[in-house]
Design a protein around this ligand. Structure first.
Ligand code: ADP
Ligand code: ADP
Length: 227
């Protein structure tokens, strides 16, 4: 059974005539790195937002672990998300940023400290816990965003252009980090980018979007050979 299944999913914003996404059938296997690739406006973010539960499909259904997402309350879905600036507080320290969601959930103080240290080690920010977020470099901040997404130990992680603001060298370094962490934790990742080379580097499979529909699905090699 796939971890995620889109069944005939459509999304129209504000009753518009042209759907942002239509006729979407798509599965994501456990442990897979799936990338949604396509130009701006092709429906990638809308697809990810529906999976995250931030947007609701206007038709069709999304299954998570064999159960309709519509029937699972948001707090019961253990997904990590890395969106631009999502859920990070610039004036708090790195550790406070990571501890905050855990304390909101009522975790005990010692357990929080242990979990935060683990997360920092995972993204190789050991020793930087005391730094304020707005004193970090762009790459360090993306590592915090990644740690934040992983703080509840999710099986599924959604990322929308997480490296889009970084220069090429840093982007390549963090791509390698994301792959390392994915393999170490056995994560399933759904990743949005408009950068073809990034998609080729990271993905087990690539979904090519055009005008709100899937144009092509396949391995990086098959996409590369038959673009
Ligand atoms: P992307 O870079 O993924 O294409 P944009 O920068 O175009 O996204 O959009 C940023 C935000 O604005 C998103 O939250 C998106 O849902 C929203 N948005 C995009 N297009 C429209 C639109 N036509 N009307 C209202 N909101 C929009
Ligand atoms: P992508 O992520 O590939 O850039 P999006 O999913 O952001 O594509 O957008 C797909 C289409 O839906 C675009 O035409 C965009 O303008 C529109 N759209 C996205 N978000 C909104 C929104 N919140 N309200 C209205 N239209 C939107």
């Amino acid at each position: 059974q796939p971890l995620v299944e889109f069944r005939g999913v459509e999304k129209r914003y504000g009753g518009g005539t042209r759907p942002a996404v239509a006729g979407l059938d798509l599965t994501v296997a456990k442990g897979e790195f799936l990338t949604l690739l396509g130009p701006s406006g092709s429906g990638k973010t809308t697809t990810l937002m529906m999976l995250a539960g931030f947007e609701t499909p206007t038709a069709g259904d999304i299954m998570l672990d064999g159960r309709s997402l519509a029937k699972q309350p948001p707090h019961k879905r253990n997904m990590g998300v890395v969106f631009q600036n999502y859920a990070l507080f610039p004036h708090m320290s790195v550790s406070q940023n990571l501890a905050f969601p855990l304390s909101v959930r009522g975790m005990r103080t010692q357990d929080i400290a242990a979990r935060v240290d683990e997360a920092l080690a995972l993204v190789r920010l050991d020793g930087l816990g005391h730094r304020r977020l707005d004193a970090l470099s762009g790459g360090q901040r993306q590592r915090v965003a990644l740690a934040r997404a992983l703080i509840f130990e999710p099986d599924l992680v959604l990322m929308d252009e997480p490296l889009g603001a970084l220069d090429r060298q840093l982007r390549e370094k963090l791509q390698a980090e994301i792959k390392r962490i994915q393999r170490a934790l056995g994560l399933t990742i759904v990743y949005v980018t408009h950068d073809q080379s990034e998609a080729l580097t990271l993905s087990d499979r690539i979904v090519v979007f055009a005008d709100g529909a899937v144009q092509q699905i396949g391995s990086p090699q098959s996409i590369y050979e038959h673009p």
